[in-house]
Design a protein around this ligand. Structure first.
Ligand SMILES: C[S@@+](CC[C@H](N)C(=O)[O-])C[C@H]1O[C@@H](n2cnc3c(N)ncnc32)[C@H](O)[C@@H]1O
Length: 330
């Protein structure tokens, strides 16, 4: 008998796609108000009868729905995290996973050729060409950064600093967590100009329009705004080593003496023995031209090359780890 359940592992994508399609079809929001029967769900979501019941029963078997007689209701987790009417919704990130799902078909070819998947080469200009995709990606980034924001607000010593810029900060969710926890800070979100309307809409909703400023630009062609702390969250993993070092050098130039750079990503050693960060790294290799997760040693070497000292590591929310570096006093 095998030590691991090989057959279950081999077909684990069945379960993943059952969940991702449920989020894509917004099933859990449809069940938010009250439990529904299978025909009612089909009518609501405009589904064909052939596969619907098997799909709903699979979701029930996975603990995402609860079946009572002929009615299906959200389980507690689905109700809290996957009903888009709730502020605790994290389905935006799942929509992104669903978008990237096809890329995994290209894994064998990536291994042979080094080329990313057919939707690879994360090209933000192409991604943002459709305004609806900007919104979807921003929701996904909110989901991806949901746990990191509060952790970063606590784990870093903000007391000695007066300002920060979150580079590639999307629609400002992380910046919002930081200024809420540390109201003395002036925050800037720096991101591509296509993100600006989504940023303003979001800040208005959060009541933080006066607290966080948006500066639009391309971090490869422009200088970074000056601030006491420069943050790169889930940004370095999108790019190759050369770009990472170039971005860290720009951060160094934007900081005053004593200023700090903060990076966070899922460092490869963050869960020793567990495959998650390696799988996430493979995902980055499939969806970008040069990106991947990386090791502590790599992060240290780019920071040192860019001029930073006092490099420190602090785990944030699993699997993200914060790596900080300081610009020396003159
Ligand atoms: C993977 S997201 C990270 C979002 C967020 N910081 C987080 O922690 O989840 C990368 C962000 O970098 C931004 N970005 C990509 N290329 C950029 C560029 N050339 N200049 C400025 N921002 C860029 C994207 O718009 C996106 O918001």
């Amino acid at each position: 008998m095998a030590d691991i359940d090989l057959v279950r592992l081999a077909r684990s994508y069945f379960a993943s796609k059952v969940l991702l399609s449920a989020v894509e079809l917004d099933l859990f929001s449809a069940l938010g108000a009250k439990p529904l029967t299978e025909p009612e769900i089909r009518e609501r979501l405009d589904l064909h009868p052939r596969a619907c019941r098997d799909w709903l029963d699979s979701l029930a078997g996975l603990g995402l729905l609860v079946r009572d007689g002929d009615r299906y209701a959200n389980s507690r987790d689905a109700s809290v995290y996957l009903d888009s009417a709730k502020s605790t919704y994290i389905g935006g990130f799942f929509l992104l996973l669903n978008f990237h799902y096809k890329n995994w078909q290209a894994l064998t070819s990536l291994l042979r050729t080094g080329e990313p998947g057919f939707q690879g080469a994360a090209n933000f200009d192409v991604l943002y060409a459709e305004p609806s995709r900007v919104t979807q990606f921003m929701q996904a980034m909110d989901g991806a950064a949901a746990a990191v924001g509060p952790a970063l607000a606590q784990a870093f010593d903000w007391s000695a600093h007066g300002s920060f810029v979150d580079v590639g900060g999307a629609r400002g969710n992380l910046a919002a967590e930081i200024v809420r926890a540390h109201p003395h800070l002036a925050g800037i979100t720096f991101d591509l100009p296509q993100v600006e309307p989504a940023f303003h809409e979001h800040m208005e909703k959060l009541g933080l329009t006066d607290k966080i400023k948006f500066i639009g630009g391309d971090f490869f062609t422009e200088q970074l705004p000056r601030a006491d702390v420069v943050i790169f969250g889930h940004v370095l993993h999108d790019w190759d080593d050369e770009a990472r070092t170039a971005l860290l050098k720009k951060a160094y130039d934007a900081l005053p003496p004593g200023g700090q750079v903060v990076i966070y990503d899922a460092l490869k050693e963050s869960a020793p023995g567990a495959p998650d960060t390696f799988l996430m790294s493979l995902n980055m290799r499939l969806i970008t031209r040069g990106g991947s997760e990386y090791t502590e040693a790599e992060a240290r070497s780019w920071l040192t090359t860019a001029g930073f000292g006092q490099i420190e590591l602090v785990p944030l929310s699993d699997p993200d780890v914060m790596v900080t570096g300081r610009k020396g006093e003159k």
